[in-house]
Design a protein around this ligand. Structure first.
Ligand code: SF4
Length: 217
């Protein structure tokens, strides 16, 4: 019997490079600060199940890009289907290639589209997804965008429009500064997700739950 799960897992496995303090990733913006702190101090291999979920998201992102690019949809023009982001602050950098980000043009205007695959279409956009989009808008200077959710099992979609919001961006940069100082001074941040009812779901997917519980508040 051929083990196809093993074939997929071996294909998806990646080298886990240690992260460098002072260089942060845009995708870290909306997560629990304590979890991100642990990922620098105590890096762990990404779980095979998580790698599959990420890959399923990448495949759906490719699908959306192809649909936008298609000659059958002449009213939308795909400009890019992944983008590098770089924000240089005084003593740290936020940078990375964003592969679930689409840049398109409709009636002469450019929009950033952050594509998110989901089990079920949400009623409203997730706060951490909006934070990511705001950061991308800040870095690219393209100040209109959408978070586009696509349901995995039937490819239905729901899009939420956003304009650039300076206040949210300032808060995002403050969070990165807080993370940077906590890493530099080796002080464990508060268990942000545990303390916030709306973010508590993050703890169920957190690979550092045991470390976090041991450390207390
Ligand atoms: S268990 Fe929850 S609060 Fe603790 S680090 Fe993970 S996500 Fe954050």
């Amino acid at each position: 019997m051929i083990d196809f799960d093993k074939i997929i897992d071996q294909y998806l496995i990646r080298e886990n490079k240690p992260k460098e303090i002072g260089r942060y990733y845009p995708s870290e913006v909306g997560g629990c600060i304590r979890k991100t702190w642990f990922s620098y101090k105590n890096p762990k291999e990404l779980d095979a199940a998580l790698l599959r979920i990420f890959e399923a998201g990448n495949l759906l992102h490719e699908f959306i890009s192809e649909a936008i690019k298609s000659e059958k949809n002449p009213e939308v023009e795909l400009i890019k289907n992944e983008m590098p982001i770089k924000i240089e602050e005084k003593d740290f950098i936020i940078s990375g290639r964003i592969d679930n980000l689409v840049l398109l043009r409709i009636s002469g205007k450019q929009y950033l589209i952050e594509v998110k695959s989901t089990k079920m279409l949400p009623r409203q956009a997730n706060e951490s997804h909006e934070m990511q989009l705001q950061l991308y808008m800040h870095a690219t200077n393209i100040h209109s965008g959408f978070i586009l959710y696509i349901q995995k099992d039937n490819l239905t979609t729901k899009a939420f429009p956003f304009d650039y919001n300076q206040e949210i961006v300032e808060d995002i940069l403050r969070r990165f500064r807080e993370l940077h100082l906590a890493l530099k001074h080796n002080t464990l941040p508060k268990p942000e997700a545990k303390l916030n009812e709306e973010k508590r779901w993050m703890c169920s997917y957190c690979p550092y739950k045991e470390n976090c519980d041991k450390a207390g508040f």
